[in-house]
Design a protein around this ligand. Structure first.
Ligand code: G16
Length: 543
């Protein structure tokens, strides 16, 4: 294999966001664009002798082309072997598992998560380190720095690798192994959960409905729910991966998973319904006519973890991102375990899990996971719920309502304003920041502002400091509003407004979240002036 050195010039916009570099496919298709970023990753790493790279993606448009390029560049940059998922597929948690199980040096995951796919839509790439988790900020910052000065990249001339069948190809000592994308992950799930109890629960006539949203979890769901747990084929919908995700928006929430929501609230609603996203790391949990917020889901899994075989011995600690509700904090306090509050981004949980400080982590953005891998894990969350339903015999709704009776309810909602012009979004942030000194002590109806800040985090394991992680307006009564700009969008800006109020009042626990939060929403708009500064009267998505 002869290594070619190709002369290139930098692109200014290769700064990884909350989770890797996400751009329109057409941006990635520019000459040298993908190659520059991949070389910047490799140049940032000290690649040892015998290094193996894991590669896979969510199956979206441009996945296969990108994989061929990455294989050729891995060969040119000193890797001795690449492990690649069959058909180029690996869900994000499955990729994390492969890196850990086969102790590969790292992995490249191709995904823009829940963002739509196709020639006019989104693509993404991120690097995961040998612990199986997303590269921490010090590495992503270094990759960005390299991308700004890159002048050449290395690539070998190889024939295209056949990704359609499992097997090993060796070319001049460089090995390419196409692996079963599903089996290792399904085995891990079977070791962690009480499959026999879930099977009995299903056999007793309980009904499950799972929506893979035409994205990567389809083959995993067919193997785990269908083949290993015996769920009938009509329990599984949209389980064929298509390059444009069926033309949909595979974001498992009440807006974008509308078909599933209709079934879960319909006349013949199942006992349990769930969906996962483009790359399989997000989850949405629904009961019979009932929605579980991701923050409550995390708290409830933590509170009942001992019913799941993998956590029978208890949890070492829990962590949540700052905008996630404090519901899990209350569980941690009762269990007498530590609870950490991190910035948005799964990469911030890695050190805590590696240090053995936390077992479970979660985010309001429909992400929940544990230290079995170093990514959030959609199907794992679904299996947690199935295991809890099977172990308790309760319904989803009764489990949640009983939880609220014990711990109180953190009434919670996130309002997203998508596709806002960047200047307008920045103006909202600037307007709040300009009031940092004057807001504390101000009274808005029943709400008195206690403190306002821009969240910053010092990693307790390595001391790394992350600043500017979201504006927090904390009220004397314990309610709060958090406002930040998304780090995962590819068009304009997305303003996220997170609203939270705590109540132990039984009547308020029955209320719809939007109704219970109505006064807080008004106060939030008064302080941020979001409607005036953006012209938006309503959010694009409410979760
Ligand atoms: C990514 C990150 C998550 C984060 C989410 C939302 O998820 O991995 O940690 O919570 O984005 O981030 P933002 O609010 O900045 O858009 P995913 O599923 O898109 O990879």
């Amino acid at each position: 294999m002869s290594i070619q050195t190709v002369v290139t010039t930098p692109f200014a916009d290769q700064k990884p966001g909350t989770s890797g570099l996400r751009k329109k496919v057409r941006v990635f298709q520019q000459d040298h664009y993908l190659q520059n970023f991949v070389q910047s990753i490799f140049d940032t790493l000290e690649i040892p002798a015998n290094a193996v790279l894991t590669v896979g993606g969510d199956g979206r448009f441009y996945n296969k082309e990108a994989i061929q390029v990455i294989i050729k560049m891995a060969a040119a940059n000193g890797f001795v072997k690449v492990l690649v998922g069959q058909h180029g597929i690996l869900s994000t948690p499955a990729a994390s598992n492969i890196i850990r199980k086969y102790q590969t040096f790292g992995g490249i995951i191709l995904s823009a998560s829940h963002n739509p796919a196709g020639p006019d839509d989104d693509f993404g790439i991120k690097y995961n380190t040998s612990n199986g988790g997303p590269a921490p900020e010090k590495i992503t910052d270094a990759i960005f720095a390299k991308s700004k000065t890159i002048s050449q990249y290395k690539i070998v001339d190889l024939p295209a690798v056949d990704l359609s069948s499992v097997g090993v190809t060796t070319l001049d000592g460089f090995e390419i192994e196409v692996i079963d994308a599903v089996r290792d992950y399904a085995d891990l799930m079977e070791q962690m959960f009480d499959f026999a109890a879930i099977k009995r629960w299903l056999a007793a006539g309980h009904r499950l409905q799972f929506d893979a949203m035409h994205a990567v979890t389809g083959p995993y769901a067919k193997e785990i729910f269908g083949h290993r747990l015996g769920a009938s084929a009509d329990c599984l919908m949209n389980c064929e991966v298509s390059e444009n995700f069926g033309g949909g928006h595979p974001d498992p929430n009440l807006t974008y998973a509308a078909d599933l929501v209709e079934i879960a609230y319909g006349a013949h609603a199942p006992d349990f319904a769930a969906a996962s996203d483009g790359d399989g790391d997000r989850n949405m949990i629904l009961g019979h006519h009932f929605f579980v917020t991701p923050s409550d889901s995390l708290a409830l899994i933590a509170a009942n973890a001992k019913l799941i075989p993998a956590y029978a011995k208890g949890l070492s600690g829990v962590a949540r991102s700052m905008p996630t509700s404090g519901a899990v904090d209350r569980v941690a306090a009762k269990l007498g375990i530590d609870c950490y509050e991190t910035p948005t981004g799964w990469k911030f949980f890695g050190n805590l899990m590696d240090a053995g400080r936390v077992t479970l982590c979660g985010e309001e953005s429909f992400g929940t996971g544990s230290d079995h891998v170093r990514e959030k894990d959609g199907l794992w969350a679904v299996l947690c719920w199935l295991n809890l339903l099977a172990a308790t015999g309760e319904s989803v709704e009764s489990l949640v309502r009983k939880h609220w009776q014990i711990y109180g309810r953190n009434v919670y909602s996130r309002h997203d304003y998508e596709g806002v012009p960047t200047e307008q979004a920045n103006a909202v942030i600037a307007h709040i920041k300009a009031q940092f000194n004057s807001l504390p002590g101000q009274v808005f109806g029943h709400y008195t502002v206690k403190t306002v800040d821009d969240f910053s985090y010092t990693d307790p394991v390595d001391g790394a400091v992350s600043t500017g992680q979201g504006l927090r307006i904390l009220f004397a009564c314990g309610s709060r509003v958090v406002i930040r700009l998304s780090g995962t969008g590819t068009e304009g800006a997305t303003i996220r407004v997170y609203l939270e109020a705590f109540t132990e009042d039984a009547a308020q626990q029955q209320m719809d979240a939007q109704e219970a939060l109505a006064a807080l929403i008004t106060v939030s708009n008064q302080i941020s002036q979001l409607p005036q500064l953006t012209g938006r009267q309503q959010p694009t998505v409410i979760t």
